[in-house]
Design a protein around this ligand. Structure first.
Ligand SMILES: O=C([O-])CC(=O)C(=O)O
Ligand SMILES: [Mg+2]
Length: 561
């Protein structure tokens, strides 16, 4: 039985019902209705949160389209957050794809059409001289987690301008639903520096600043102003960068990672979940991770972030850095990244393949395609982070399978419409041998009398637990060891690697439990790295339990002054 907290509130009447963090709807008891001037504002019945949840679930099931379900759930979130989280936690596997990937992608594209009510902070370029005031005046003082975007690379859907706000809202919903972060302490922020999406600019309903994107020095100045203001207002906050364009993502991370407690989810969160999944998949395939040969399709900051993490892991298990690097091949839209290519981005330089090492390859042209690499390098792992659907073709997959009995194939691009391959095809082309993980959720595949669970290798397995560990363990920075610890904690919970059945990753319903394990592992790593105060495992577990917010109503009393 959960202990029921007592909350003293100065709010009464309609004002109380209008506050989504305090509203209980029909769950206000007769005594509370009396004390808080709610009589007459609600129908007579007093309901439990279970009854409210059952009604909301029935209404949810009534909607036919996922986007309508999304709008409906967002509406509950904006009306009664406790009910929203009780509902989402009760039906996590049905609701995660609606509040998060893939439906959140559509919600971002149609943000201005489906808009109902403000949430979080919108900071636009024309308002840049008031950033301090906007943050200082924000009504809640105790903000612990911020997710911020500028909307330029929303999933694989590109520039969505102000519509990108759907992503910080969705990510923070998962921080609470899966990582137990109190919703009163979270804040989504949209940095509106314009958009280069002409469809949005021409849309009469578009709600953002109608202007091409601010770039270069002006953009960096704006970001500096924002970060300074955050540090002044909430010096200990955890700040997550989300869906920034490739050209800015790494730059921003390097600029701020030593200045405040922050990380980039697309680079570091995606790398951590992919490494965890790959450790699990290697165990399931009976092959050491350091013996795998890995080809990436997509040489952006996300792909390179994953590659560097895998290399670091291979080195930690005994390979030299050069040996580890020689096992990784990066292919982008210009072909295999090789050491003679001009215009390589900073983070690509160390991941190129030397021409000398592949001089013996059987190829006809200079620019080497994914198929060339698969034919010659015989990869055992193929990871897609290209944002381009369908590029893991039948020919490529069958070629890979002809050299490797248990190919590990990960079409990670989001949302579903951008996946590099459909799991059903991968299973058919490899006669059920492929170990598969996708970025967006896919239904299990039935093939030849067997059922294949498709793991969702999505950073949602990492960031809620990471956040919980940072808050409970009082970490001041996010270090690479903390992310590595998160990967290992996740891999340790892989059903397929540990029980030899089920998916490569735990079921979505179990993310809450996994998040606690990840929290403990990351908090320990933070101590080892000297970025968190010392505490025993018992103390950490108690802190994790105390930090984990349960979606249950407090009992209310009127605050007297
Ligand atoms: O949001 C997701 O599903 C994963 C992610 O960060 C991205 O694709 O940008
Ligand atoms: Mg993202």
């Amino acid at each position: 039985m959960l202990k029921k907290e007592t909350l003293y509130t100065p709010y009464t009447g309609a004002v109380l019902l209008e506050n989504p963090l305090l509203n209980k709807g029909l769950a206000f008891t007769q005594e509370e209705r009396q004390a808080l001037n709610l009589n007459g504002l609600l129908p007579d019945t007093v309901e439990t949160i279970k009854e409210q949840t059952d009604r909301a679930w029935a209404q949810f099931c009534h909607f036919k389209r996922d986007i309508s379900r999304h709008v409906y759930l967002r509406n509950i979130q904006d009306t009664n957050e406790t009910l929203f989280y009780n509902l989402v936690r009760t039906h996590l596997s049905e609701m995660l794809p609606v509040i998060y990937t893939p439906t959140v992608g559509e919600a971002c594209e149609h943000f201005s059409d489906i808009y109902r009510r403000a949430r979080g902070l919108f900071i636009s370029w024309p308002n840049r001289h008031q950033i301090d005031e906007m943050l200082q005046q924000f009504s809640r003082n105790d903000i612990r987690v911020i997710v911020v975007t500028d909307g330029e690379r929303i999933l694989g859907l590109g520039d969505q301008g102000v519509g990108g706000m759907g992503i910080p809202i969705g990510k923070l919903s998962l921080y609470t639903a899966c990582g137990g972060i109190n919703p009163a302490t979270t804040l989504p922020i949209m940095l509106d520096v314009g958009t280069n999406n002409t469809q949005r600019l021409e849309d009469p309903l578009y709600m953002g600043w109608r202007h091409p994107r601010i770039t270069d020095d002006q953009y960096m100045e704006f970001m500096d102003m924002f970060i300074d203001a955050v540090k002044a207002r909430w010096p200990d906050v955890l700040l997550q960068f989300e869906d920034f364009a490739q050209k800015n993502a790494t730059k921003l991370l390097n600029r701020y990672r030593d200045k405040l407690c922050c990380f980039n989810d697309d680079i570091q969160g995606t790398a951590a979940v992919t490494l965890g999944t790959l450790i699990a998949a290697s165990r399931a395939a009976g092959v050491n991770l350091q013996d795998q040969r890995i080809v990436f399709l997509g040489g952006g900051s996300a792909g390179c972030g994953i590659a560097e993490k895998i290399i670091a892991y291979m080195v930690s298990t005994g390979l030299s850095e050069q040996q580890a690097r020689s096992r990784v091949f990066m292919v982008d839209r210009f072909g295999l990244l090789t050491d003679d290519m001009p215009n390589l981005l900073d983070f690509q330089q160390k991941l190129v393949t030397s021409r000398e090492a592949i001089a013996h390859w059987d190829v006809v042209q200079d620019n080497l395609s994914l198929l060339d690499v698969v034919r010659n390098a015989h990869p055992t792992v193929m990871i897609g982070v290209s944002g381009q659907p369908g590029l893991f073709s039948e020919e490529i997959v069958k070629e890979m399978y002809s050299h490797c009995p248990r190919p590990i194939i990960m079409p990670l691009s989001n949302p579903t419409s951008r996946a590099e391959a459909q799991p059903r095809d991968l299973i058919e082309w490899t006669q059920g041998a492929a170990l598969i993980a996708t970025g967006s959720p896919f239904a299990p595949v039935h093939y030849d009398g067997a059922v294949y669970e498709i793991a969702q290798c999505n950073n949602a397995y990492i960031f809620p637990g990471l956040g919980l560990g940072i808050l409970a363990g009082k970490a001041r920075r996010v270090t690479e060891n903390m992310l590595m610890a998160a990967s290992q904690a996740l891999a340790a919970h892989s059903p397929q690697a540990t029980l030899e059945r089920g998916g490569l990753l735990p079921a979505v319903e179990d993310i809450g439990e996994i998040s606690r394990a990840i929290a403990l592992a990351t908090a320990r790593a933070a101590q080892q790295d000297g970025v968190a105060p010392q505490a025993s495992d018992d103390e950490l577990n108690t802190a994790i339990g105390n930090t984990f917010w349960e979606a249950q109503y407090a009992s209310y009393k009127r605050a007297s002054f």
